[in-house]
Write a protein that binds this ligand. Sequence first.
Ligand code: DQA
Length: 156
Amino acid sequence: MTEGGKKKILVLNGPNLNMLGTREPEIYGSETLADIEKNMTARAEILGYIIDFRQTNSEGKLIDWIQQTTIQQDSEKYSAILLNAGAFTHTSVAILDALQTVNIPIIELHLSNIFKREKFRHHSYISPAANGVICGFGGNSYILALEAAHHILNKV
Ligand code: DQA
């Protein structure tokens, strides 16, 4: 919770998501990550949340950020994590382990419908730690993930 009384939501983006806009637009669309952040922030303001939006190409950094949510002081605490782990979704037991120690809602999300794509994308190591998964709606997956977290946090 921030001083203004708004809940904070951590939005984590993994590898190659900094390339959105130019990266395989036929799969991921033409929106950039900055566009997505802007749209999310606008929606978050309406719902009453502060978004902390981050991207890294490093697996270790993602793990550090996930771990921080479990050790933060009350005033700085996050209320939920929304995570697009990119390709680490399909490879990382270490990210799963980090998520297993978190006790706030976790929404896994993907721009593309991973089940419509190559077989190696059908399996997610991180889903067992998530409250739910949203995929296939392009940049809108982020908004839907935010709405999902809002529903969980407000039990509506
Ligand atoms: C992705 C899907 C992953 O399979 C892929 O490796 C990504 C992006 C998505 O948002 O659709 O980097 O997470």
